[in-house]
Design a protein around this ligand. Structure first.
Ligand code: HEM
Length: 186
């Protein structure tokens, strides 16, 4: 296995696999609060790039839900960090009235698919990221995400914590997700 590229040393605390210790909490004014579990993997192959995958699951029935993956880079000589992210945005949607739904009644899959560039600063072991660019598939259902901001930090107790806020066409920036993770043994 390759040595970590020196450009990424400030982010070495992210590397490895992280498992939610207790279910994360999801909320937004327009939806029913929900709980989910999530596994994060951060890896590298010696390039000045971290590869990542975030896989979220239904807290009760364990079915795969939301997934994100992408790459992380650091601007040389600075504490500026960029995440390049692709999201499947596949969640079980409980509402029935919106256009673009794949069936009229009951719980349906939500057609979406989002890509993002998020950038921000690394301070100690805390990342503060804001979306710089967002794009989606032409048939993504509304409301469309207009802004994402997230904080990923290593807490003094050794847990990783992630908080994600978003703004949509209809709602101002507010929290959507909060979750903590425990590092899995290698
Ligand atoms: C709902 C975006 C991550 C689960 C939503 C909505 C948006 C959204 C725009 C619809 C809000 C509305 O209708 O007003 C995002 C973004 C994410 C993200 C940008 C990452 C940056 C996740 C994750 C999960 C999740 C990790 C975990 C399972 C849900 C659920 C709903 C939802 C369950 C409610 C669906 C319903 O209407 O019943 N999300 N999401 N999301 N999201 Fe996320």
């Amino acid at each position: 296995t390759a040595d970590l590229n020196p450009a990424l040393l400030p982010l070495d605390w992210l590397l490895g696999t992280w498992e939610s210790d207790e279910p994360g909490e999801g909320c937004f004014t327009t939806i029913k609060p929900f709980r989910y579990t999530e596994t994060l993997t951060f890896s590298h192959v010696g390039q000045p790039v971290i590869n990542f995958m975030f896989n979220a699951f239904h807290a009760e029935n364990k079915k795969p839900l939301h997934r994100e993956c992408g790459f992380i880079r650091m601007q040389p000589g600075s504490n500026r960090v960029a995440f390049m992210i692709a999201q499947n945005s596949d969640v079980i949607h409980a509402r029935t009235e919106s256009p673009g739904m794949t069936q009229k009644r009951g719980r349906v899959r939500w057609p979406a698919g989002l890509v993002e560039i998020e950038e921000g600063e690394l301070t100690g072991q805390q990342l503060n990221l804001q979306s710089q660019a967002l794009a989606r598939v032409s048939f993504a259902r509304e409301p469309h995400v207009q802004k994402v901001s997230r904080v990923i930090q290593l807490r003094p107790d050794g847990r990783l914590e992630q908080t994600v806020s978003m703004a949509t066409d209809n709602e101002p920036l507010m929290q959507h997700l909060h979750i903590t993770y425990r590092r899995q043994a290698a």
